[in-house]
Ligand binder design. Structure first.
Ligand SMILES: NC(=O)C1=CN([C@@H]2O[C@H](COP(=O)(O)OP(=O)(O)OC[C@H]3O[C@@H](n4cnc5c(N)ncnc54)[C@H](O)[C@@H]3O)[C@@H](O)[C@H]2O)C=CC1
Ligand SMILES: O=C(O)[C@@H]1CCC=N1
Length: 278
């Protein structure tokens, strides 16, 4: 399987790192191009030994899968310059808020397109990814995409209209967790803990809680109650989280991110209109 990656940013690197370090594909099976920043290409070549090129034709000709990994605002230019070289390749987009219809419009044909929403934990093969395929994608191509993402984490197959919600939940999700950890680190300093010790305690606590949920038949709410002794420390701490409307804040966060994904989708439709009128 030969893969061409268009856009050499954070998500591209996470995918490349997961695929290569997990021995899923060999470096020579991956070629990457970027728009302007050549240093990023040099970095990827040096670290992962992938092929780098500035020539989209060369990239497309050698690839069976073309991964779109630029920012959504750049999709129009990227796909229009790629368009002459797209023949039978499967187009695999990781772009937030850019629909299959928009991509097919920019390509000027009903090419097989699979939208995926992974997250940056792909770098260590722990991504939570959801995929959705266009009707043009063959069963083989869907299986191939599913397999690709399964090798770097777990995969859920969803309807395309679910992808805004997925993006808000697990695509952006690592950032919420890192934000929580940053706050825990700040809290640890305020209660007088050494920074390094605090960091290991926080990370093991998160990993342990997450693993408990995976292994246990109990739901999160029950496991929380198991920790919370009546009149104890946890109850006192949780009261503060309630005072500051922790749940409401998380719900508002995910809802706003999903809404933003839908707004970005409207941007993509405007680009599609522009191409249609040109
Ligand atoms: N960063 C994340 O956690 C996740 C990002 N995504 C999606 O992945 C995509 C990329 O995100 P990041 O990697 O964070 O962005 P980034 O800004 O780090 O990387 C995008 C890269 O694409 C390049 N690029 C732009 N136009 C191009 C063109 N015409 N041809 C070739 N390269 C071009 C840019 O030079 C840049 O290096 C976005 O669409 C985002 O929605 C999806 C899931 C998670
Ligand atoms: O922030 C973003 O728009 C992208 C999509 C999911 C994670 N990062």
């Amino acid at each position: 399987m030969k893969i061409g990656v268009i856009g050499a940013g954070s998500m591209a690197e996470a995918l490349i790192s997961g695929l290569i370090n997990g021995n899923v594909v060999r470096p020579e099976q991956i070629a990457v191009c970027n728009r302007s920043d050549r240093s990023k290409l040099m970095y990827l070549q040096e670290h992962y030994h992938v092929t780098v090129t500035e020539d989209k034709k060369e990239l497309a000709d050698r690839s069976e899968i073309l991964i779109l990994a630029m920012k959504p605002k750049d999709v129009e230019e990227a796909v229009l310059t790629l368009r002459p070289y797209v023949k039978k390749q499967l187009i695999l987009s990781v772009l937030a808020g850019v629909t299959i219809e928009t991509i097919q419009h920019l390509l000027g044909k009903k090419a097989p397109v699979i939208r995926a929403m992974p997250n940056t934990s792909a770098a260590i093969r722990m991504s939570a990814t959801a995929i959705s395929a266009s009707g043009e994608a063959t069963m083989h191509q869907v299986k191939m995409a599913k397999h690709l993402f399964e090798t770097i984490g777990m995969v859920a197959v969803v309807e395309e209209d679910q992808l805004d919600a997925v993006t808000a939940l697990s695509g952006s999700g690592p950032a919420y967790v890192y934000y929580f950890i940053e706050a825990m680190e700040e809290a640890a300093a305020e209660v007088g803990l050494d920074q390094e010790i605090a960091k290991s305690l926080i990370l093991q606590t998160l990993a342990g809680a997450s693993e408990m949920l995976m292994q246990s038949e109990k739901q999160a709410g029950q496991l929380r109650k198991d920790v919370t002794s009546p009149g104890g420390t946890t109850e006192a701490g949780l009261e503060k989280l309630k005072d500051f409307q922790f749940s409401e804040a998380i719900i508002a966060c995910v809802k706003r991110a999903a809404e933003r994904s839908r707004e970005m989708q409207s941007g993509g439709q405007a680009a599609m209109e522009k191409v249609r009128k040109a």
